[in-house]
Every structure is written in structure tokens, then in C-alpha cells.
Ligand binder design. Structure first.
Ligand SMILES: *[C@@H]1O[C@H](CO)[C@@H](O)[C@H](O)[C@H]1NC(C)=O
Ligand SMILES: *[C@@H]1O[C@H](CO)[C@@H](O)[C@H](O)[C@H]1NC(C)=O
Ligand SMILES: *[C@@H]1O[C@H](CO)[C@@H](O)[C@H](O)[C@H]1NC(C)=O
Ligand SMILES: *[C@@H]1O[C@H](CO)[C@@H](O)[C@H](O)[C@H]1NC(C)=O
Ligand SMILES: *[C@@H]1O[C@H](CO)[C@@H](O)[C@H](O)[C@H]1NC(C)=O
Length: 620
């Protein structure tokens, strides 16, 4: 139907305007040919499509030096993980006790992703003299046991009563754990995975037990499935013709984050959910298959809705969301847009786009993801084409920050609350989320498996894969620039600060009035830091306040005090970066909430991104 409408539209345009402008327009509307399709579905459909894109860049990448992450970067990432667990994790409670429910779920997600990176890296890297497998496996299992502990420390009863975005972080987190277990088992225990439940015969058990971590897969699968199911009631067609609402207890607000999470969690369920046979007090039925078409349909419909409602601004960045103007009687349209821009809204959708490409073979999802990444990089004040900041940073005297570009300055990704140290616990987590999903997006395109009735265009796949890797590698200069900046915020204990630009901009201390950002722009509500206003638009009887954790700004930092005895000897390069104890007067990152588990996973996710993007195409 869409196709015939398009053709009718083209014919009438031809009659009105003549031929040439129409041809230019028509190619824009024709979709890219998928790199594979199921012949059974397309038998009688005449597909008009254009060849896959040969590049996602609008410039020719010169043969400039691409920074490569060397082994030190892996060591730094490991150290960031070690500090995260030593300083912020409590094994007895099975959680990161200073995190709130949803930021703890993101801690778990970032940790699981890091374990996937670590197991891949340990396979290919020789660490003399500790190259024996037992030591490597022991290390992975050490962190994995903490990950499993956090399954039991997760406060599921509390999260069940929270907003739909809180619920969906849980889904993504345990699917990330599923992916880690799958990767680790396939890589290191290939032939043995025949008897997941174990055996009562000693000989059989030794012969056929898969990696022990598989034991927890059904639990992870179960929790992902239950929480995905809880989120389904957030979708509604009665307002805005679809979309997820953010919080059932507030006035309807359909925001980017809840919808992006819904899309990414749904397609990830389709890709990674291994099936669930648990029965539980919460659910009546007990048989849920993997590869459930309902998950895929939810992702596709959700993505189409998000694109059609237009949540991006003129710079190509996701704004925060839409209200419905209830001053118009009977109105159901998403027609009041909040223009606030946060970093995490640019990130979570990337997992959805990458997943939708994987399961449909359609290159447009990849193209839209690369466009978004490039819009973000540009909005940090970085020129991809020239591989340097837009502004010459040397001309700004101490105390003067380079200009704000929408999502950062001087080429460094920045939350609007970073430089003034006014971030809530929620927004302290956002940059970690961004880089976690950038890694998910920039993984190599997996080979397309053969299947009955599946037609694979191998040449198109190769072209697309080359374009994808080339683009992701072109982001390395920017990622490296951010790594260098963030490393300057690491303190004596190996703890990352929130505002990565602090060191790069000479530790200039600014307040919200003097940070160069227009915080009072029209229709911009920074509710993630300031809470929702009590007004007509957001609601007068209910107010939402951002997570404050158990530690209020201004209180002494409980972390730095109690962890002063971290053993410096085991720490590597990263701890050598800074030898100064943070001084609130000269260290902008000691202000506000200071260094936390949330800022630590930010540094960790960033280092992991640098490592993973550097590995792309290395073995070609
Ligand atoms: C669930 O149960 C079905 C039927 O009993 C079985 O075929 C399937 O393998 C089980 N799936 C999992 C993930 O245990
Ligand atoms: C979405 O809205 C923004 C801001 O009004 C506008 O600049 C942009 O062109 C719109 N995008 C689409 C695809 O309509
Ligand atoms: C890239 O950033 C520059 C500087 O902020 C801005 O002038 C330009 O419009 C941006 N380009 C795009 C495509 O958004
Ligand atoms: C602010 O929102 C109102 C209501 O949706 C709209 O009419 C107005 O154009 C918006 N202004 C800006 C600058 O986006
Ligand atoms: C940074 O500031 C300090 C003291 O304000 C000054 O001595 C130093 O030269 C500045 N460095 C740069 C690179 O501007």
C-alpha cells in the first residue's frame, strides 16, 4: 500500500513539475535493498530498491593516522572495572549500595559488556608470565560471580512499581549478561555444552558440563522476559497513535528514552532471549519461546512510531519527548515537544538500530544510526572530517571555556549539568549509557547464516560491512580525544570524574549561570536534574524528582573517605595519571555529587569503546 501511494505520488509530481526534480526525490524514498531476504515472504512483491550505500560518511576519510588502542587501554579499562567493584560493590548486599535501582541496573549492564570484552581480549592476548588458562578463567569467574550476586541484590519489587524506563533497563541488563555467557562459553568451552543441567555421574559431569556460568542463564532469561512483559502495558495507541508513555503515575508524556529502550529491549529479546520455562508467582503461563515474532514486531512498530513522531531537532539530535496539549478539547496528538537534549537519548536507540539491521538485513537502520552518531560528534564541537575540534582550544585563556555546541564543547561529550556540577544521580549515568550503546552499534556485521528460503546478497553484504567498519573507525579520533580528557579526571583512587572536559579546559570552575549554556531556552525542561515543574504541562498534583541516591550534594563524600586504603600497587597506568588528592577548590569534579559509581562506569564504558572500536577490522 505504501508503495502504490508512493508511485501515485510520483506520477502526479511528474505531471506537475516535469521529470528531473522528481527523479532526485524518488531515489530518496526508495529503500536500500536488504542484504538478505526470505524468498517465501517476497514471492509476488515487486521490490523497488536501491543498491546498499558504499559509505556512511559525507567526506572521504584521508589516510590519516587513526589512533589505536594498545594493550594499556585494556589494562586501564580493567582497572576501571576493578575500582568499580572494589570501591562501589558490596558483596554482602549483592549490589552497588550507593546506586539507585535503575542506575544499579546500568552498572550491571556495563559490567556484563566489559566481561564480554575481557573474555574476547584474554583469548587473543598473551600476558606473560600469567598466560595460563586457569588464571584467566579465575579472573573472569571472579567478576562473573559478582554479576550473579547482583541478580539477587536487585530490588525487583521496588522496580516493578517504577516508571517504564526503569523497568526496561533491567531487561537490557540481563540480556547483556546472556550475551556474555554465550560468548564466553562458545569461545572457551566449544564442544562440551551438551548437558546444561549437569549429570549425577562424575565422569559424565566432567565430560559434558558446559561452562558453569550457564547455570544462571534461565534466571537471566526469566527476569528479562518478566520485565519486558511488565513494560508492554506502557504502549498505547489512544494517544499520539502509539508510543510508550514514560510514567503511568504522571500526566502522559511520551519521551525518547522510554521508546528507545522499548525498541532496543524488544529487538534484543528477539535476538538473544533464549526461551524461558520458569513458572513463577508473577506469571501464570510457563513456556516462552525464543525468537518470538511479537518481540520483533514490537521493535519494528516502535521504531516506525519514533521516526514518524519526529523526536529529532534541526541538528539531528534526539530531544526529550512530547506532551499532549490538553487545553485543546479531545486532543490526542503529541504536539508539545520538550527540546531538552541529554546524551543518553542519543545512545540507547543505537542498540535498536543495530539489532533491527541484524534481523532484517535492511541497511537503512545502519545508515540512520551512523547519521545520529555523526550528529552527536559534531554537536560536541568535533570535526570528523578534519579529526580535530571545531574551535582552536589554545586561544581560550584560563577561566574561559570554548563555546557550547549542543552536546559538548572542545570535542568532548558533555551533559548540560557537567561543568556546573549540578548533575543528579540519574544524569551522572548518561555518558556511560551513551558509550555502552555506541559499542553495541559498532560491532562488526555478523556473517549472515544460511537458512531455507533465505537469499543472501554476499556482495552487497561485503560492501555494507566495509562501509560500517570504515565509519566506526573514523570515530576513533573523537573517542580517543574523549579518553585523554576523561583520564585527566581520574583521582588518586582511580576514580573517574563526571565532567571529562575539566582537565582539558584547565579546571575552570563555573556555575550554571556562567557555563555558556542557555538553560532557560523556550520549551527546554531539565527535569532529569531539576525535577518536573509543577505546572499545566507536567501536572500540578504530582511531581517527579530525580534520583538523589543516599548522598546529597554538599554532604561529605562517603566513598573517598572509606576507600583511601585501595591497594595502589595492583593498579596500573591509570592510577599514575594523577597524584593529587582532589581539592574542591581546584578540582571541578569534586563538587556536586563528586565521583560516584555512576561516573566510574562512564569512564569504564568510554575506555571499553576505545578498545572495541580499535579492534574493528584488525583481523581482516
Ligand atoms: C522449554 O521446554 C520445552 C518443552 O518442554 C523444551 O523443548 C525447551 O528446550 C525448553 N527450553 C529451555 C530454554 O529450557
Ligand atoms: C523534525 O523537527 C525538527 C524541528 O522542528 C525539524 O528541524 C526537522 O526537519 C524535523 N524532521 C523531520 C524528519 O521532519
Ligand atoms: C556541526 O556543528 C557546527 C558547529 O556547531 C554547526 O554550525 C553545524 O550546523 C553542524 N552541522 C550539522 C550537520 O549539524
Ligand atoms: C514551544 O512550544 C510551543 C507549544 O508546543 C510551540 O508553539 C512553540 O513554537 C515552541 N517554541 C520553540 C522555540 O520550540
Ligand atoms: C591553567 O591555569 C593555571 C592557573 O590558573 C595557569 O598557571 C596555567 O598556565 C593554565 N594552563 C593553561 C594550559 O592555560
Amino acid at each position: 500500500m505504501a508503495l502504490s501511494q508512493l508511485l501515485i505520488g510520483l506520477v502526479s509530481l511528474c505531471l506537475t513539475y516535469g521529470v528531473s526534480p522528481v527523479l532526485a526525490r524518488s531515489t530518496d524514498k526508495v529503500p536500500y535493498c536488504p542484504v538478505f531476504y526470505e524468498s517465501s515472504l517476497l514471492k509476488n512483491v515487486v521490490m523497488r530498491c536501491k543498491p546498499v550505500p558504499e559509505t556512511f560518511l559525507d567526506f572521504i576519510p584521508s589516510d590519516r593516522e587513526v589512533p589505536q588502542a594498545e594493550i594499556e587501554v585494556l589494562e586501564d579499562a580493567f582497572e576501571a572495572l576493578a575500582v568499580l567493584q572494589q570501591v562501589y560493590f558490596d558483596s554482602e548486599a549483592g549490589t552497588w549500595p550507593l546506586a539507585n535501582d535503575w542506575t544499579a541496573a546500568v552498572h550491571e549492564t556495563v559490567m556484563a559488556g566489559t566481561l564480554t570484552t575481557l573474555t574476547k581480549a584474554l583469548r587473543s592476548i598473551h600476558l606473560r608470565p600469567f598466560n595460563d588458562w586457569k588464571a584467566k578463567e579465575n579472573l573472569i569467574s571472579f567478576y562473573y560471580s559478582q554479576l550473579v550476586g547482583s541478580y539477587f541484590g536487585q530490588d525487583i519489587l521496588s522496580i516493578r512499581g517504577q516508571a517504564y524506563d526503569d523497568i526496561l533497563w533491567v531487561v537490557l541488563g540481563w540480556l547483556e549478561a546472556v550475551q556474555f555467557v554465550t560468548t564466553h562459553s562458545k569461545m572457551h568451552y566449544p564442544a562440551q555444552a551438551t548437558n546444561p543441567t549437569g549429570s549425577r555421574s562424575l565422569e559424565e559431569a566432567l565430560k559434558s558440563l558446559p561452562w558453569h556460568g550457564n547455570h544462571w542463564m534461565p534466571a537471566f532469561a526469566h527476569r528479562s522476559r518478566v520485565f519486558w512483559g511488565l513494560a508492554t502495558s506502557g504502549w498505547g495507541d489512544d494517544l499520539c497513535h502509539g508510543g510508550m508513555t514514560w510514567n503511568p503515575r504522571l500526566r502522559p508524556y511520551k519521551n525518547a528514552i522510554t521508546n528507545e529502550l522499548w525498541i532496543s529491549a524488544s529487538v534484543s529479546m528477539y535476538q538473544y532471549f533464549p526461551g524461558d520455562n520458569y513458572s513463577s508467582p508473577f506469571v501464570a503461563s510457563s513456556l516462552y519461546p525464543s525468537k518470538d515474532p511479537a518481540h520483533l514486531a514490537a521493535a519494528i512498530v516502535g521504531y516506525k512510531w519514533l521516526k514518524d513522531v519526529n523526536m529529532t531537532n534541526a541538528r539531528g539530535l534526539y530531544v526529550d519527548g512530547y506532551h499532549i496539549d490538553f487545553s485543546i478539547p479531545g486532543n490526542v496528538e503529541c504536539d508539545m515537544r520538550d527540546e531538552m537534549v541529554y546524551t543518553y537519548n542519543q545512545g540507547v536507540i543505537l542498540t535498536g538500530q543495530r539489532g533491527l539491521y541484524s534481523v532484517t538485513g535492511s541497511p537503512s537502520y545502519l545508515e540512520e544510526g551512523h547519521n545520529l552518531i555523526q550528529s552527536v560528534i559534531n554537536a560536541t564541537g568535533w570535526s570528523l572530517e578534519h579529526n580535530r575540534p571545531h574551535d582552536d582550544l589554545s586561544v581560550y585563556p584560563p577561566g574561559v571555556l570554548p563555546p557550547w555546541h549542543g552536546l559538548g564543547r572542545g570535542g568532548v561529550l558533555e551533559e548540560q549539568c557537567d561543568s556546573s556540577a549540578t548533575c543528579s544521580q540519574d544524569s551522572q549515568t548518561f555518558k556511560a549509557i551513551y558509550f555502552h550503546h555506541l559499542v553495541a552499534f559498532c560491532t562488526d556485521l555478523e556473517p549472515i547464516s544460511a537458512a531455507p528460503h533465505r537469499i543472501v546478497n554476499k556482495r552487497a553484504y561485503q560492501i555494507l560491512r566495509t562501509a560500517h567498519i570504515e565509519s566506526c573507525r573514523s570515530y576513533l579520533g573523537w573517542v580517543h580525544h574523549n579518553v585523554l580528557a576523561a583520564m585527566e579526571t581520574v583521582d588518586l583512587n582511580g576514580q573517574f570524574g563526571m565532567w571529562w572536559g575539566a582537565g582539558l579546559f584547565n579546571n575552570t570552575v563555573v556555575t550554571r549561570d556562567g557555563d555558556g549554556i542557555d538553560h532557560s531556552a523556550e520549551n527546554v525542561t531539565d527535569y532529569r536534574n531539576q525535577g518536573t515543574p509543577n505546572d499545566e504541562i507536567w501536572g500540578q498534583d504530582t511531581q517527579w524528582l530525580p534520583g538523589s541516591g543516599r548522598w546529597m550534594p554538599g554532604d561529605p563524600n562517603p566513598i573517598i573517605g572509606q576507600s583511601g586504603n585501595t591497594d595502589q600497587q595492583v593498579l596500573s597506568r591509570l592510577s599514575g595519571m594523577s597524584k593529587l588528592a582532589p581539592d574542591p577548590v581546584t578540582d571541578p569534579n569534586s563538587r556536586g555529587r563528586g565521583r560516584t559509581g555512576e561516573t566510574q562506569i562512564g569512564g569504564l564504558a568510554l575506555l571499553r569503546a576505545f578498545w572495541e572500536l580499535s579492534q574493528l577490522g584488525r583481523n581482516q
